[in-house]
Design a protein around this ligand. Structure first.
Ligand code: 5AD
Ligand code: SF4
Length: 471
C-alpha cells in the first residue's frame, strides 16, 4: 500500500501539481479510450461535498468515464463521504457491502473519499473489513484522483491510501462537471477555525483558508458567460472570508453583484458571531444578493451556547436578528438547531423554542445531537438519553411546522419573480423555481420557461413548497 508522505506533497507548487494531474488525466484517457467505461458517484452530506463531487465528476469525465445512476453497471465507483453525524457511517458500510458484486462482475475500481476518511477509526475499519476498496483519499487530496486512478490501472499500486492530516492547499482550475446549468455552487473558503464543541468539521477539513478574490470573480465571470444566472457561495463560515488587504465577505458580495449576467447571489453559511454591519449593508444594497439568510442558531439557551463554544448568547442572537430585520425588512431567515446537546435541561430547551417563536424562521433544519469521536462534547459526562432527545426533537418539529404553515399564508396571492430552473423533482410535467426567500414554488407551465425569470402568482400552500401560476 502506498502512503504519500509530506515531502512528496511539497514537491511542487499548486499550479504545477494541477498540471501534473492533467498529464495523468491524458494518460488514463489513453488507457480507457473506446472502452465505453462508466462511473457511479454517491455524495453524502452538505453543499461543500456536492461541489467537491462536481470536481470528481469533472476529472472522471475527462478520463473518459461517463456517468451512470446504476452502480451495478459501473466500472468506477466513488463515494464522497460526510461524517458530521454518526448515521452516515452505517450508510457507507451498507453501500460498500452492496457494491462488492460490481467489483467482481465489472472489475470495478472502488474509491472512497471525503470527510470520513480523515477519521482514524474509519480507516482502520476499512483496511480490516473492506480490503476490496482500491483508493482512499481525504479532503486535502481529492485533486490527485487522476494520479491514483492511473497507478491502479497500470498496476503500479494494488491499493492507494492518500489521506493527509496537514491543512490542504487551494487548488484552482480543476476540471468540473456541474449538476445544474443555471445555478452554480462556488466554494469561496475551505476549513473552519471555530471548534464548536459538537462539531468534527475543523478536524477533518482543516484550518480556514480563503480563495483569492480574483480567482472567485474570474470563475463567476466565466460562469456568467456560460449562461449561469444564480450563484451559491459556499464555505463553513463565509463571513470570516479573508481575501487579504482588508478585503472581506462584504467586499466580495459587492464585487460579485457587479458581474453582468448573474441575477441572483446566495450564500451558506455565515456564523452569527461574525455577522458584521458591513455584511448586512452589502446584502441590503446589492440588488442581486437574495434577501434570504441562513443564520445557524444551534441552541436558544445561553448556557448551552457557551458549552457549544458558539461565542454568542440568546440575547445577542435576538439582537442581531432585530438589526437584520430592521435593515432588510423582507428578509427570510433560516437556521440550524441541535437538540439534546450534553447538559441541555428542560429550561434550556424551552429557550430554544422561545427563540423559534420569536424569530419565526422561514425554515429550520433540525438535528438530534450526535456524538463525534475527538470532539470536546463527546467527552462531556452529562449526555442526554436518546428518548429525551427524540421527544424534544418532535416538540420542536411540531412548533416549526405550525410556524411554516402560518408563514406560508403571507405568500398566497402575491406575485413573485422566479427563475425557473427545471422540472420539479417529483413531477416531470411541472416546473420549479425558488422565491427570493428560497422557498420552492411548483408551477404548471410549458417547458419553454425553463431558464427564464418569470412573474408567478402564488396560489396554494403545500407546507414545504408553494404552488403558483405564471402571470
Ligand atoms: N450532531 C448533530 N448535529 C450536528 N451538526 C454539526 N455537528 C453536529 C452533531 N455532532 C449540525 C449543525 C450544523 C449542521 C450543518 O449540522 O447544526 O450547523
Ligand atoms: Fe462546525 Fe462550528 Fe465550524 Fe460550523 S462553525 S463547521 S458548526 S465548528
Amino acid at each position: 500500500m502506498l502512503k504519500y508522505n509530506i515531502l512528496e506533497e511539497i514537491r511542487v507548487t499548486e499550479k504545477e501539481e494541477i498540471d501534473l494531474q492533467k498529464e495523468y488525466i491524458k494518460k488514463v484517457r489513453d488507457i480507457n479510450k473506446n472502452k465505453k467505461l462508466k462511473y457511479y458517484i454517491l455524495t453524502m452530506g452538505c453543499s461543500l461535498n456536492e461541489n467537491d463531487s462536481e470536481k470528481l465528476c469533472g476529472m472522471l469525465e475527462e478520463m473518459d468515464y461517463s456517468k451512470t445512476e446504476n452502480f451495478e453497471e459501473a466500472n468506477f465507483i466513488v463515494f464522497n463521504t460526510c461524517c458530521i453525524r454518526e448515521n452516515a457511517e452505517d450508510k457507507l458500510f451498507g453501500k460498500l457491502g452492496e457494491v462488492k458484486k460490481a467489483k467482481k462482475e465489472n472489475n470495478a475500481i472502488i474509491a472512497i473519499g471525503g470527510c470520513m476518511m480523515q477519521e482514524e477509526h474509519i480507516l482502520e475499519k476499512l483496511n480490516k473489513s473492506y480490503p476490496y476498496v482500491d483508493i482512499i483519499f481525504g479532503t486535502h487530496t481529492l485533486h490527485k484522483l487522476p494520479e491514483d486512478v492511473y497507478k491502479i490501472l497500470e498496476g503500479t499500486n494494488k491499493k492507494i491510501e492518500d489521506v493527509l492530516d496537514i491543512d490542504g492547499k487551494i487548488y484552482e482550475d480543476l476540471p468540473i462537471k456541474r449538476v445544474d446549468n443555471i445555478k452554480a455552487q462556488v466554494t469561496i473558503m475551505y476549513g473552519c477555525n471555530n471548534y464548536c464543541t459538537y462539531c468534527i468539521v475543523p478536524y477533518v477539513r482543516g484550518r480556514e483558508r480563503s480563495r483569492k478574490p480574483e480567482d472567485i470573480i474570474n470563475e463567476i465571470k466565466g460562469l456568467a458567460k456560460e449562461g449561469y444566472k444564480e450563484i451559491m457561495l459556499l464555505g463553513q463560515n463565509v463571513n470570516s472570508y479573508n481575501g487579504g488587504k482588508n478585503y472581506n465577505f462584504a467586499n466580495l458580495l459587492k464585487d460579485i453583484n457587479k458581474i453582468e449576467g448573474i441575477e441572483k447571489i446566495r450564500f451558506i453559511s455565515p456564523h452569527p458571531k461574525d455577522f458584521t454591519d458591513d455584511v448586512i449593508e452589502a446584502i441590503a444594497t446589492s440588488e442581486k444578493v437574495c434577501n434570504t439568510l441562513h443564520l445557524p442558531l444551534q441552541s436558544g439557551s445561553s448556557n448551552v451556547l457557551k458549552a457549544m463554544n458558539r461565542k454568542y448568547t440568546k440575547e445577542q442572537y435576538l439582537k442581531l436578528v432585530e438589526k437584520i430585520k430592521n435593515r432588510i425588512p423582507d428578509v427570510a431567515l433560516t437556521t440550524d438547531i441541535i437538540v439534546g446537546f450534553p447538559g441541555e435541561t428542560e429550561s434550556d430547551f424551552e429557550d430554544t423554542l422561545d427563540v423559534v417563536r420569536k424569530v419565526k424562521f422561514e425554515q429550520v433544519f433540525m438535528f438530534i445531537y450526535s456524538r463525534r469521536k475527538g470532539t470536546v462534547a463527546d467527552k462531556m459526562e452529562n449526555q442526554i438519553p436518546e428518548e429525551i432527545k427524540h421527544k424534544r426533537f418532535d416538540r420542536l418539529k411540531e412548533l416549526v411546522e405550525s410556524q411554516i404553515k402560518e408563514n406560508n399564508q403571507k405568500y398566497i396571492g402575491t406575485i413573485q419573480k422566479i427563475l425557473i430552473d427545471g422540472t420539479s423533482k417529483t413531477n416531470e410535467n411541472t416546473l420549479s423555481g425558488r422565491t427570493d426567500s428560497n422557498k420552492v414554488v411548483v408551477i404548471e407551465a410549458d417547458k419553454k420557461y425553463i431558464n427564464q425569470t418569470v412573474n408567478v402568482k402564488i396560489t396554494q400552500d403545500c407546507m414545504w413548497y408553494l404552488k403558483g401560476e405564471i402571470v
